[in-house]
Design a protein around this ligand. Structure first.
Ligand SMILES: Cc1cc2nc3c(=O)[nH]c(=O)nc-3n(C[C@H](O)[C@H](O)[C@H](O)COP(=O)(O)O)c2cc1C
Length: 168
C-alpha cells in the first residue's frame, strides 16, 4: 500500500493558524495577456514611502507575467467573494475581463468589486526560497466600508463590518 506523505503538512498546518484577508494580485505586462492570482501573503509594509508586499510562488502559472511586469494591482476581497478567490486560485483561470476590472495609473487591472484597491509600481523583487517577494510602491489606492473575506486554516470566513474609511 502506498502512503502519500506530504513532508510539509505539519508546517503548512502551523502557517495556516495565521488568519489573513484574501486579495487578487494582477498585472498587465506589455505584449502579454493580463494575469491574476489569489493571494493571502499581501501585507502593508511602510507608510513613508508607501510600500506593500506579497509573495509569488515560483511554480505559479502567473509567475512569468509578474516577472515581466513593472507594476501590479491588489484588490482586497469582500465577504461573499469566495468564488472570485477560487477562480483566480485555479490554474488556467481565464484572464481578467473588462467588465469585472478597471484600470488606474499603471494599467494593472483592479477588481470593480473590492473592499480596497492598491495600484503599485514594483520597487523590488527579493528571492525567498520557493517564492519571490514583490515589493510595491503604492501610487493610488482606495477603500470602502463593508465586511472582509478572511482565510483561516484553509477555509473562508467573514470578518466584522467596518464603516467607510475617513475622507482625506
Ligand atoms: C486563499 C489563497 C491564498 C493564496 N495565496 C497565495 C500567495 O500569497 N502567493 C502565491 O503565489 N499563491 C497563492 N495562492 C495560490 C495561487 O492562487 C494559485 O497557485 C494560482 O492562482 C493558480 O494556480 P497555479 O499556480 O497552479 O497556476 C493562494 C491560493 C488561495 C486559495
Amino acid at each position: 500500500m502506498v502512503h502519500e506523505v506530504d513532508p510539509y503538512r505539519r508546517l503548512k498546518d502551523a502557517f495556516a493558524r495565521y488568519a489573513t484577508g484574501v486579495a487578487i494580485a494582477t498585472c498587465a505586462p506589455p505584449g502579454r495577456a493580463p494575469a491574476a492570482l489569489t493571494v493571502n501573503s499581501f501585507t502593508s509594509v511602510s507608510l513613508n514611502p508607501s510600500l506593500v508586499l506579497w509573495s509569488l510562488q515560483r511554480s505559479a502559472g502567473a509567475y512569468d507575467a509578474f516577472m515581466a511586469a513593472d507594476n501590479y494591482a491588489i484588490s482586497v476581497l469582500r465577504a461573499g467573494q469566495e468564488a472570485t478567490s477560487t477562480r483566480f486560485a485555479t490554474r488556467g483561470a481565464e484572464s481578467p475581463t473588462r467588465e469585472e476590472f478597471e484600470t488606474w495609473a499603471t494599467g494593472a487591472p483592479v477588481l470593480r468589486e473590492r473592499l480596497a484597491g492598491f495600484d503599485c509600481r514594483i520597487s523590488a523583487r527579493h528571492d525567498a526560497g520557493d517564492h519571490v517577494i514583490l515589493v510595491g510602491e503604492v501610487l493610488q489606492f482606495d477603500s470602502f466600508g463593508g465586511k472582509p473575506l478572511l482565510y483561516y486554516a484553509s477555509g473562508y470566513a467573514t470578518g466584522p463590518d467596518v464603516a467607510k474609511a475617513a475622507a482625506d
